[in-house]
Write a protein that binds this ligand. Structure first.
Ligand code: F6P
Length: 359
């Protein structure tokens, strides 16, 4: 057995099914090496005194592999480089507290941080690494948009939830001869929409990588009606937008996406005269138990991250490259967003099945 180490784990950004499985796997892999493990609660807040640092023991991680959410809590307002601090005059300013994070990390005697997060959290981890923090990243997000890994954990669970919803909407759409517009998450990428749309046999799939024309979408609805298929299922990614147009924001100030299903449902109704309904699946896609494959990816990532610490390999991210889990430099992982390849076989398969992308 090597030298005893004291390491920390945190979870940042939006939650994704499988976070607890990574925490359990990394914790047990470290404890089995004789190391000490602590969880920093709510991303970096535990290091900034706004929350706690909790010991991760065998008891603390018992029975959590199947649980959604994260036992450590998370926040997507936890960037220590731009921490909102109230000023004496009442205004709120973004203050760089990264030096405080690094100082607190060292004061606690931590020798490594396993940072589990999506692109925002991995970017923070990368910036902290450049300032001297020994970090190993673990890619998490239901959006599957992290460069360098075949899959992020949480994605396939979200796809399963969306696929089931699309399946259920078929029968009610058919019964009422309606058009159902189902909005799924994914930010600026169409991974969830494409996977669930194809698996759930949607008729129209709209993704940000292929800007749509509303006339083409309406034509598909009318064409199906003429062929006696008097209902249509449209799956739309929250970040999809029409050619020459812009995405729909729930809150234009924060650029929070959401609401395109309502806009589309109305436009389709006006153009086709069909009865339409809009459904946004929103956070249902992130809640609950991870499916088995996401648990497996998460458990593999947790063990691989600890191996990376043991090897003294920092500034990297564990990544799925089937049948292996490898490590890639964090700067590559955060260099760009992984988007759906429009010339990929899944888009081609959908087209071969007669599905429309509205283009
Ligand atoms: O990145 C994960 C994600 O669920 C996106 O798909 C979605 O746009 C966003 O987070 C929602 O964020 P919030 O939980 O802050 O509403």
């Amino acid at each position: 057995m090597g030298k005893t180490k004291k390491i920390a784990i945190n979870t940042g950004g939006g939650d994704a099914p499988g976070l607890n499985a990574v925490i359990r796997s990394a914790t047990l892999a470290a404890l089995n090496r004789g190391w000490e493990v602590h969880g920093i609660r709510r991303a970096y807040m535990g290091l900034l005194g706004e929350d706690e640092i909790v010991p991760l023991t065998r008891d603390a991680v018992r029975g959590i592999t199947h649980m959604g959410g994260t036992i450590l809590g998370t926040t997507n307002r936890g960037n220590p480089f731009t921490r909102p601090i109230q000023q004496p005059d009442g205004t709120v300013e973004a203050v760089d507290c990264s030096d405080d994070v690094i100082a607190a990390f060292r004061e606690h005697g931590f020798e490594a941080l396993i940072a589990i997060g999506g692109d925002g959290s991995l970017r923070i981890a990368h910036d902290l690494y450049k300032k001297g923090l020994p970090v190993v990243g673990v890619p998490k997000t239901i959006d599957n948009d992290i460069e360098g890994t075949a899959l992020t954990f949480g994605f396939l669970t979200a796809v399963d939830i969306a696929t089931e919803a699309i399946g259920r909407l078929h029968s009610t759409a058919q019964a009422h001869e309606r058009v159902m517009v189902v909005e799924v998450m994914g930010r600026d990428t169409g991974w969830i929409a494409l996977f669930s749309g194809v698996a759930g046999t949607a008729d129209v799939i709209l993704i940000p990588e292929i800007p749509y024309e509303i006339e083409k979408v309406s034509e598909k609805v009318v064409e199906r009606d003429r062929a006696g298929r008097r209902f249509t299922i449209v799956v739309v990614a929250e970040g999809a937008f029409p050619a020459g147009g812009a995405p729909v924001f729930k809150d234009p100030k924060t650029k929070q996406l959401g609401g395109i299903c309502e806009v589309l449902a109305q436009e389709i109704a006006e153009r086709t005269g069909k009865d339409t309904r809009a459904i946004a699946l929103r956070h249902l896609q992130r809640g609950g138990m991870p499916i088995s494959y996401d648990r497996l990816i998460a458990l593999r990532f947790g063990a691989a991250a600890i191996q990376s610490v043991e090897d003294g390999d920092f500034g990297c991210m564990v990544a799925l490259d089937p049948p292996y889990v490898r490590r890639i430099p964090l700067d590559i992982a955060v260099s760009r967003q992984k988007r759906v390849p429009v010339d990929g076989d899944l888009v081609a398969t959908a087209r071969a099945l007669g599905m429309s992308f509205g283009d």
